[in-house]
Design a protein around this ligand. Structure first.
Ligand SMILES: [Zn+2]
Length: 288
């Protein structure tokens, strides 16, 4: 089995529709390091624990704590193996099969791609790029893909192939070509400018391309939604993350809309569905 296929089987792995970006982010970190000449294995304590935890905080769902030890250890349990752990024999394991962080540090446990996968990766930079593109496109919405490519040091390659043109058209029509949050409705003659159809539940997590899973937003509010800066309450009012920072313009563009009701379509069946909003609050919105 080719490495790319092995990795595709993981990136499809989901626990229900909960976001599980641990393994993709661990792999993206490792691949970006290989590109910069890193050796095959990574130390847990000095490398993964800080770096991957930071990535999980920034690109993962809002959780009380993020555990970098999960992907570091669990990637070695994939049915199609490509990840290897060294010095792990003495770690005591929990009932779920995970080691304690203290043991990972004590025994200087290291992990990375196995020797043959590592060989194929470093002898073929195109393969690294292919896997990176796949991981980013399968796990993150388009508004975040570009910054992830840049962050990991790769050329931007955002997917357009899965785009459903009817989704965009139907959502923009339902909202009368205006941002549902701020009312922005710039057009050049009949062509809307900077107004987008956002998925509330991400397509990457099987969010349907239906109007009830969409909302028309200007580029800024679209990005703010996908980043978890804003979300919506069950009464369809705007909620702003307490982690939001910024000056006068952020006051105007973000805080001013807090607790304001969004502009809704004429037809109630087109309103954002409760299920989609619940998912967004749970999996994307930055609570703290
Ligand atoms: Zn807007």
């Amino acid at each position: 089995m080719e490495l790319l296929d092995k990795i595709q089987t993981i990136s499809r792995w989901r626990r229900g529709d909960q976001r599980a970006p641990h393994k993709p982010l661990m792999l993206l970190y490792a691949l970006s390091q290989y590109k910069q000449g890193h050796e095959r294995l990574f130390q847990f304590e000095n490398e993964v624990d800080n770096q991957v935890k930071e990535l999980l905080g920034q690109y993962g769902p809002s959780r009380k704590s993020h555990r970098a030890e999960y992907p570091f250890w669990r990637l070695a349990n994939e049915p199609a193996p490509f990840w290897e752990i060294q010095n792990g024999e003495q770690c005591a394991l929990s009932s779920q099969g995970d080691p304690r962080k203290t043991d990972l540090n004590k025994y200087n446990v290291m992990a990375g791609f196995d020797a043959s996968s590592y060989q194929s990766l470093i002898s073929n930079p195109k393969l690294i790029e292919k896997i990176v593109s796949k991981l980013i496109q399968d796990n993150f919405p388009e508004t975040l893909q570009e910054e992830l490519f840049v962050r990991f040091g790769f050329e931007v390659n955002t997917s357009t192939k899965q785009r459903d043109p009817n989704f965009r058209k139907n959502v923009l029509r339902a909202y009368n070509y205006r941002c549902a949050v701020c009312g922005f409705d710039l057009a050049l003659d009949t062509v809307p400018v900077g107004i987008e159809a956002a998925h509330i539940k991400w397509k990457q997590y099987s969010g349907p391309c239906e109007v009830s899973n969409g909302i028309a937003l200007c580029s800024i509010h679209h990005k703010a939604l996908d980043k978890g800066v804003i979300t919506f309450t069950s009464e369809l009012k705007v909620q702003v993350s307490p982690a939001t920072r910024g000056g006068r313009m952020v006051e105007q563009l973000i805080w001013n809309y807090e607790n304001k009701k969004v502009s809704l379509p004429r037809d109630m069946h087109s309103y954002p569905s409760e299920k989609a909003i619940e998912w967004h609050v749970r999996e994307v919105f930055k609570l703290a």
